[in-house]
Design a protein around this ligand. Structure first.
Ligand SMILES: Cc1cc2nc3c(=O)[nH]c(=O)nc-3n(C[C@H](O)[C@H](O)[C@H](O)COP(=O)(O)OP(=O)(O)OC[C@H]3O[C@@H](n4cnc5c(N)ncnc54)[C@H](O)[C@@H]3O)c2cc1C
Length: 401
């Protein structure tokens, strides 16, 4: 029997363990520092678990070498992920943008089918078992835990990244890999809320809107996205914002977020003129009523410098133009991004140049495999990160076969 140890009972570690256990010559041991495996998985997709994206191709991933993901993804593309989970008994639905969720709408279902599969495959699980150190030994690795020392012939490190701190995101993996000669890039919170000047967001806390966003420095656009935006105490959150957090975290100074609240091509000025003609007696504070969330509409009136208690009929063309401009280009000065605790994924990680993309085996230490968010790979919002966790876990768990 070959003893294979997997460090980290998250998405990629569970997949690596199941794959390694397909070879009956392997005794597979899954070590997890938290009280239970898959804790982060339960929180994904707002508790619904957006487990993959049908359009997950290499273009949706970032890192120093974005091509690094290609071999793993081509061997285990989203169709394989779906086939894998369907074979475990999970029913899924595909929603807008190719986002796949369990039909039950519950992340628990995803973890449950994985847990049962681990049991069936005979994977030994040790929870509340943080790995403290790894050393190279003759024919394998010495693994130091609080319960004692273990030996592994082959080792998969799947410790995840620093994001989602409250759910167990830690930097252990980077530290453990450093002792084996692997280096990491800088780390940034990605898929995180963006902090802005809080004046308007604070007043709008909890309001959601569809929006088109541009992250700009001066006249240069650094990133664009479209989708749901949510106002929070210190700025903005939601899927459309998450898309831009990576750029906002890396750039920091002198950034502004430009928000368009109406669909492209909408002639806002014509709509507002029509309102002036139809509802002249109504207060200007209600100018956007029926078009936008009422709190957002009133805030845009204030942002345009208009007195909300005036009658709409008294507004000049110039004033309507200002209001129309506000809903087409509402500007929030950026102050930074939320930290790792509120981020869904870590941008950056273990440098991929030290890892063979065809096998995910370390180029420095034979028999050592790395997978998941620990590596310098982060995906877009929409199921891409879990797809990477499954695909890379699958490849690492093959142990070079
Ligand atoms: C709130 C939130 C929502 C998200 N929603 C989605 C989504 O809907 N779709 C999507 O694609 N992605 C989503 N993500 C991202 C996705 O969850 C991660 O990219 C993915 O879980 C990474 O898998 P992983 O196995 O690499 O790491 P993790 O899932 O973080 O697992 C790593 C495991 O290793 C353990 N560990 C760490 N150090 C040690 C040690 N020293 N010894 C033993 N064990 C250790 C950790 O406790 C953890 O359980 C979300 C993330 C968060 C935080």
């Amino acid at each position: 029997m070959n003893t294979v140890v997997i460090i980290g009972g998250g998405a990629s570690g569970i997949m690596a363990a199941l794959t390694a256990a397909e070879d009956r010559e392997n005794r597979v041991l899954l070590l997890e520092r938290q009280q239970r495996i898959g804790r982060k998985l339960l929180a994904t997709g707002n508790g619904r678990c957006n487990l993959t994206n049908t359009g997950a191709s290499a273009e949706h991933y970032h890192g120093e070498n974005p091509d690094f993901v290609r071999p793993a993804l081509s061997r285990f593309p989203p169709e394989e992920t779906l086939a894998f989970f369907h074979a475990l008994g999970l029913l899924t639905v595909t929603e807008y943008g190719g986002r796949v969720y369990p039909l039950s709408n519950s992340a628990n279902s995803v973890l449950d089918v994985l847990r049962f599969a681990l049991d069936r495959a005979g994977v030994e699980q040790r929870t509340a078992c943080p790995v403290r150190a790894i050393s190279r030994e003759d024919g394998g690795f010495g693994i130091q835990t609080d319960e004692g020392r273990l030996f592994a012939g082959k080792l998969v490190v799947a410790c995840g990244g620093a994001a989602g701190g409250k759910l167990g995101g830690v930097t252990d993996g980077y530290e453990l890999m450093k002792t084996l000669g692997h280096r990491r890039t800088g780390l940034y919170p990605a898929l995180a809320p963006i902090y802005t000047d809080p004046e308007y967001p604070r007043a709008l806390k909890g309001v959601r809107s569809q929006a088109a966003l541009r992250l700009c420095r001066g006249g240069t656009t650094l990133g664009e996205s479209e989708g749901e935006l949510q106002f929070v105490e210190q700025g903005v959150s939601g899927p459309a914002v998450f898309e831009l957090a990576r750029a906002a975290a890396a750039e920091r100074e002198g950034l502004a977020l430009h928000v368009r609240f109406l669909p492209a091509g909408t002639d806002a000025l014509a709509l507002l003129r029509q309102r002036r003609a139809c509802f002249p007696e109504q207060e200007a504070g209600e100018l956007f009523t029926g078009m936008l969330h009422n709190r957002l509409g009133r805030m845009l009136v204030r942002y345009s410098g208009l007195n909300g208690s005036r009658a709409i009929g008294s507004l000049t063309d110039d004033e309507l133009r200002r209001a129309a401009a506000a809903c087409g280009d509402f500007v929030l000065p950026v102050r930074g991004t939320a930290g790792f605790d509120s981020a869904q994924v870590t941008a950056g990680g273990i440098r991929t140049e030290g890892v063979n993309p065809e096998t995910l085996e370390s180029r420095f230490v034979p028999g050592l495999f790395l997978c998941g968010e620990l590596l310098d790979v982060d995906g877009d919002c929409g199921g891409y990160n879990l797809q990477w966790a499954w695909a890379s876990g699958r490849l690492a768990g093959r142990l070079g076969r």
